[in-house]
Ligand binder design. Structure first.
Ligand SMILES: [Zn+2]
Length: 180
């Protein structure tokens, strides 16, 4: 007998018992006290890294973002701008990468609206736009939130600028703001 069949034969069947109309109402639970957002999120569902040197070898990306500079790493040996920033070049594997600033302007290549099912921490922002942005002067296409206009007023090709912002839990990230 296969393992699956044996498991099926030993499965416990829980009969469905319809609830009596006289049953007492289910107990009400006390409201959940929310901690600060970053502490309340399950670790594996927090897509953003800790931004300090002890949390990531790319802490300089966030340091520079706090200064208003979007930057990334570049391999001088291969003349290769790497996005997202890396700790090693995927072509020659050197860890001797340099930090370079990226353009802070670009154009919307494509966008979509999040109308439901927003990621953790963004539920209150629905509806909002996310998009792919081609940075000016570099063959780099970045993904991010798009602010500045309602999603249904955005247009392909619309000019945007990079906007670093502080998250509610003390970290920093970037988004795009439509300027047109
Ligand atoms: Zn390289």
């Amino acid at each position: 007998m296969s393992r699956e069949r044996r498991r099926a034969r030993t499965a416990v069947v829980i009969p469905f018992v319809p609830e009596s109309p006289d049953a007492p109402p289910p107990p009400t639970r006390p409201p959940v006290k929310r901690k600060r957002a970053v502490e309340a999120r399950p670790f594996l569902l927090d897509f953003f890294p800790l931004e300090t040197e002890s949390g990531t070898r790319l802490a300089r990306f966030f340091d520079r973002l706090r200064e208003g500079r979007l930057s990334t790493t570049r391999c001088a040996r291969d003349d290769l701008v790497l996005w997202p920033p890396r700790t090693a070049c995927p072509r020659c594997h050197t860890e001797e990468l340099e930090w370079v600033d990226l353009p802070d302007r670009g154009r919307l290549y494509a966008f979509s609206a999040v109308l439901a099912g927003a990621p953790l921490g963004m539920e209150a922002d629905v509806p909002f736009a996310v998009g792919l942005v081609d940075l000016d002067g570099l063959p780099l296409r970045l993904f991010g939130r798009v602010e500045g206009l309602p999603w249904n007023e955005l247009e392909i090709g619309a000019p945007v600028r990079v906007e670093p912002y502080d998250t509610e839990d003390g970290r920093v990230f970037y988004r795009f703001r439509a300027t047109g």
